[in-house]
Design a protein. Structure first.
Length: 178
């Protein structure tokens, strides 16, 4: 019995370590997003100050139209660059978390299965039906998890394809605005 308890303790420690790894990865991504947003806000304030100065220097309607045209393309390019940066940070974060979770999931599943198998070996006589039902339940849960993982990967691939398509369309729009 002590052997099983040690395995549960080790499994719980591994789960806590995994959670700390995930939390640190999430905080790193949040920090990168916060830095991006702060830098973007600073650049936006500086750009707006320059734009207001240029707007105050306008003397006639033709100059105003020329100023609007000259400001439109850089603004669209900056929005596109910001969106691309946010997407890259979130994509890297998602991929990193997915790798961590998948790696830990395999290890936790293996440890849990070993503990369950050991516990089932010590089951009292006549409990074969219950043991078989538990094994069947674990197999069904594992299959459901695998199906959900597969569906999540397909959804991620679809979303990434849509984002790439949207980025291409935005790039064409920016080029056309020039």
């Amino acid at each position: 019995m002590l052997k099983t308890n040690d395995k549960f303790v080790a499994g719980n420690k591994a789960a806590v370590d995994s959670m700390l790894t995930i939390i640190n990865a999430s905080l790193n991504s949040a920090e990168r997003l916060a830095a991006l947003n702060l830098n973007t806000a600073r650049a936006l304030i500086a750009d707006n100050a320059a734009n207001v100065s240029a707007l105050l220097a306008v003397k006639d309607p033709q100059s105003l139209i020329a100023l609007q045209k000259s400001l439109a393309k850089p603004a669209l390019e900056k929005v596109s660059a910001y969106t691309r940066s946010v997407y890259e940070i979130l994509s890297q974060s998602s991929n990193g978390l997915k790798e961590i979770i998948e790696g830990q999931s395999v290890e936790l599943k293996k440890n849990f299965s070993a503990v369950v198998e050991q516990s089932l070996k010590n089951a009292p006589a006549g409990s074969e039906t219950i043991v078989a039902a538990m094994k069947s339940s674990f197999a069904a849960a594992d299959s459901a998890y695998e199906n959900m993982t597969k569906a999540a990967k397909q959804a991620t691939a679809t979303i990434e394809a849509s984002v790439v398509s949207a980025k291409e369309a935005a790039g064409k729009f920016v080029a056309k605005a020039a």
